[in-house]
Design a protein around this ligand. Sequence first.
Ligand code: AMP
Ligand code: MG
Length: 492
Amino acid sequence: MNPIAFDNSYARLPERFYAHQAPEPVAAPGPIRVNQALAAVLGIDLVWLNSAAGTAVVAGNATPPGADPIATVYAGHQFGGFNPQLGDGRAILLGEVVARDGQRYDLQLKGSGPTPWSRGGDGRSPLGPVLREYLVSEAMYHLGVPTTRALAAVTTGDVVARDRFLPGAVLARVASSHIRIGTFQYYAARKDREALQLLADHVIERHYPEAGNRDNPVLALLEGVISRQARLIAQWQLLGFIHGVMNTDNMLVCGETIDYGPCAFMDAFNPEQVYSSIDHGGRYAYRSQPGIAHWNLSCLAQALLPILDGDPDRAVAQAQKAIDAFPEQFLQANAQGMARKLGLAEIGEQDTALVEDLWQLMAQHQLDFTLAFRRLADLAHERDEAGSCVSALFEFPDALHPWLDHWRARIAQDALPGDMRQAMMDRANPVFIPRNHLVEAAIAAATDGDDFAVFHRLMDVLESPHTYRADLALFATPPQPEQIVRQTFCGT
Ligand code: AMP
Ligand code: MG
């Protein structure tokens, strides 16, 4: 039996969607980590994946039966400017797997050598970005955020040349698909109406089957992407997650988070926060993310115009209406999430000041985003024995006491039973996030000291982000001043 049951629907699209491209072998593949639970979902034989044969496939040194390796082409707006020709420059899609849950998933290697779209790059990845993507994407999954995932990571035994020589690695990435807003933009820019329609049909069948039954399936597809993105961005905002490079080629139409390059979770709350070293104007700052998503979705709408309606005016009117729904959908998802974070059945008009005041106080006092909300979960349950609450790590300053009184009074009027509130707040207010200084420490230990224990330990903790344990306090503690990470970099 084949170790992976491939069925490659994207490779059945016409040849102008991709290039056949085998991964380039590496010197000495070495296993780093295998995601056992994800492998099980995908029906991939675990013994095989953990063996030298599995490691060789992840490294790109062997092509498993049934794979049809391709690099895909796309376009995209990068920092607002349109680039009509991008593509997988350091990634190769091995194929698709229909999983135990009936869902179809892409299996892609990242860092597996050059492709026609490498644009001067080497198609390789240093170890650091691979570990970073593994940690942060899997943390997002365990936090309940739709995301691409990490199936396995391997070292290559080769060095890659960046500002210094670094050990190379490959990540096996899993996504519902890697089809981006920029994939549609590529064909729209070439006025290839036929390809647009084929791509839309493919995406509808794969991600929005219910849209296929609507009067205008393409409009339903657009509406579907908008509503998934509205909910996704609300989840980012509610966790203090900053994506860092929200170009249209980094937004998937399936609604999963992709591209864990310069991303970061905020420590101290600052709505203007930017980490990315290349984001000079702060285009992708925390507070700008909903607006940028809205803008990106309008690029998708624009790309779909030729197949939205035979009448151009009607097409524009329909697209505009769909796009105009985004802000309200985002605000609604955000308010629902905020209700869960604050322990309320729902947030109404009368709660506007409560919510606004909290954000303002958090910014003014630079409160730790994660611990401030987690401490609310403690306080709502009067959970105060040191082993199960974060009081030893974080306490609200006196200036917050009037706000806390206001919040307690509001909770006292709320209909939710106490045990439900507790479960809801714990789930909405995680205690363990992939803090930047911990991620950097894991990368440094592996890159400079060949020590992967720090990475494994951190990943193990991030698999249970909602349950506090005092013996894991270091993983919940904000950085010391000298540990603060101020800049992050694209994962090239
Ligand atoms: P990203 O930063 O992943 O959004 O990449 C932007 C573009 O640059 C994509 O088309 C990538 O495929 C390409 N690219 C990034 N890193 C490399 C690399 N090491 N080798 C070749 N192409 C790359
Ligand atoms: Mg990208």
